[in-house]
Write a protein that binds this ligand. Structure first.
Ligand code: ARG
Length: 556
């Protein structure tokens, strides 16, 4: 039960009109009560002014759960009995512990999550970072709501660009250099290919031929490609280790190389394939460009592979929903794929959802992986960790496990600064700001947790939930704690981790003002209760950050 539901039950006993939960509001200001009922919508039916309705209702309500009722300008403002609510809430959190805020809405249904999906032989971009971090949090949120998430890293390891890369390597490549710095070296080769192909078009033909050989399974080409891939994956793995993120599947584009025939045949059988300038396409709804299935030279495309992967995922996992955490710029692609699946008659096409996100900006400009200004993500992560370590050396030089703590803080700062805003927004990337311990940052929330933990280290545990009086500082925390199940549900429903991130900041703020205004230890009558309250705050802060994919050091 939530406070809103409890109050609704009471109100229903006194109201002349049937009420539901959505009619109740939670006033922002404490002096307006804990729950308010605006009476304006009832005026017509009751043929009375809202002011009168509110006054009559306020007079009628008497119940042990309700401390005080005020009618103010058409609103019924309800002040609940804080001790009753607090007592039952603390008991619930104490019993459920980290399961608090979980539900079984998903009923075990599988949701596949396409996330991260970097391209081999290319740097892991800021966009891939966003996809990784957002996708991981969405997986955790879905799990919290009773779904079974399956995280798929759909590696970009196929396409005509690999023909160009093979050609470049054969002409100018050097094994040693690839071993030493695989992605850097392969990227340079790829760039050189484009420069030289600009002067000599026959290179492009060579590139195409090389890709054709690869597609047809040429042993030497395949061996080189496999090597490029394993070297790239090793580099990506270092990033995933820093982020603490794992995947359930690494089936990438190449996996579908020899599995596209059935879809292409099915499209042909159902009369959906149309020839256009030698290429094969599926025509879509008005205002939509057609979806390309095969190029004029017979090569398949990104969309062809995605169609075949989507069907494979349905067959393998029988998902209830299939989400793709990919940047805004691929919206058209996913709309096309979804429409083609719909035209094939797959009713599950409706359960496909593109979860788009904006860019990461540096000083208002896109952080680019183009020639000359490559931002290497691994360096960025290591910079964040180094900065966190420097802060620790200044503030808490005697800390044990400095390196592990710095990693939790540095990486956490990057994750939090990404997730605190709605994913569709572009976000500005500034390490110094995101590592501050003040403001809406990861370290700020982690710090509140560490503080709560240090209180509990001194006091030990307590299981006393009763208190006769709950002060305003305590009440702010109780109200937020009580909202947590609603927060986790909303965040999963909207696939929006920012709901949890904002909540975590609010709870950390409420805890910090409690901490600086109320003496947890000195007041003997309230001490046991306050320890239970701080324990609950620590549990929920830790769980909120876990849902974002962040760690919570106990000291920092
Ligand atoms: N590798 C692609 C890129 O870097 C992203 C793949 C997204 N997932 C998908 N199923 N298309 O742009």
């Amino acid at each position: 039960m939530t406070m809103k539901k409890d109050v609704l039950q009471v109100l229903q006993q006194f109201s002349p009109i049937p009420l539901n939960e959505s009619m109740l509001e939670r006033p922002i200001h404490t002096h307006l009560g804990d729950i308010a009922l605006p009476c304006f919508p009832f005026a017509k039916e009751l043929r009375k002014s809202p002011v009168v309705i509110a006054e009559e209702l306020a007079k009628a309500i008497h119940h042990p759960l309700i401390l005080k009722v005020q009618a103010v300008a058409g609103y019924v403002n309800i002040f609940v009995n804080r001790s009753v609510i607090t007592h039952s809430l603390l008991q619930t959190i104490h019993t459920q512990s980290i399961a608090y805020g979980s539900n079984n809405d998903g009923n075990g249904g599988v949701v596949t999550i396409d996330l991260s999906s970097p391209n081999i032989a290319k740097p892991f971009s800021m966009g891939h970072l966003r996809s990784t971090v957002i996708g991981n949090s969405i997986a955790l949120l879905l799990e919290k709501n009773g779904f079974k998430p399956v995280k798929i890293n759909y590696i970009g390891d196929w396409g005509t660009q690999f023909g160009k890369l093979l050609t470049a390597y054969r002409k100018w490549g050097n094994e040693q250099a690839v071993h030493q710095a695989p992605i850097q070296t392969l990227l340079q080769l790829y760039i050189r290919f484009h420069e030289e192909a600009g002067l000599d078009d026959s290179l492009n033909d060579e590139g195409r031929a090389a890709f054709k050989a690869l597609e047809d399974g040429d042993t030497e080409a395949l061996a080189l490609w496999k090597w490029f891939k394993s070297e790239s994956l090793k580099e990506f793995q270092r990033i995933y280790d820093l982020l603490g993120i794992t995947f359930d599947s690494y089936k990438g584009e190449a996996y579908y190389n020899d599995k596209m025939k059935p879809v292409v045949n099915e499209l042909a059988d159902k009369g959906l394939l149309v020839e256009s300038d030698g290429a094969l396409v599926v025509e879509l709804d008005e205002d939509m460009p057609p979806c390309l299935i095969k190029k004029s030279d017979g090569a398949t495309l990104y969309s062809t592979r995605d169609l075949s992967a989507a069907i494979d995922r349905k067959t393998t996992y029988n998902f209830v929903k299939s989400v793709y955490v990919v940047g805004n710029e691929q919206s058209l692609h996913f709309t096309q794929v979804k429409q083609v699946l719909g035209k094939l008659g797959y009713d599950w096409a409706d359960t496909i959802e593109h979860v788009p996100f904006g860019l990461i900006l540096k000083d208002g400009k896109k952080m680019s992986t183009r020639k000359g200004k490559i931002v290497l993500l691994e360096e960025v992560l290591n910079d964040a960790i180094a900065l966190a370590l420097k802060n620790i050396e200044e503030k808490n030089p005697d800390l044990l496990n400095k390196r592990a703590t710095a990693q939790a803080i540095g990486v956490g700062a990057i994750i939090f600064s990404d997730l605190k805003q709605h994913r569709k927004h572009d976000i500005e990337f500034d390490l110094a700001t995101m590592l501050q311990t003040e403001g809406e940052t990861g370290p700020y929330v982690q710090y509140a947790y560490a503080r709560a933990h240090s209180v509990l280290r001194k006091t030990g545990a307590s299981a006393s939930f009763f208190v006769d009086e709950v002060n305003d500082f305590e009440w702010e925390m109780v109200k937020l704690l009580e909202q947590f199940p609603h927060i986790t549900r909303q965040a999963a429903h909207h696939l929006d981790p920012s709901i949890v991130a904002k909540y975590a900041v609010n709870l950390a703020q409420a805890f910090n003002s409690f901490y600086s205004n109320v003496h947890v230890l000195s007041d003997a009558t309230h001490k046991a209760f306050r320890i239970s309250l701080v324990t609950s705050v620590a549990i929920v802060l830790k769980e909120s950050l876990r849902l974002l994919g962040m760690q919570t050091p106990e000291e920092m």
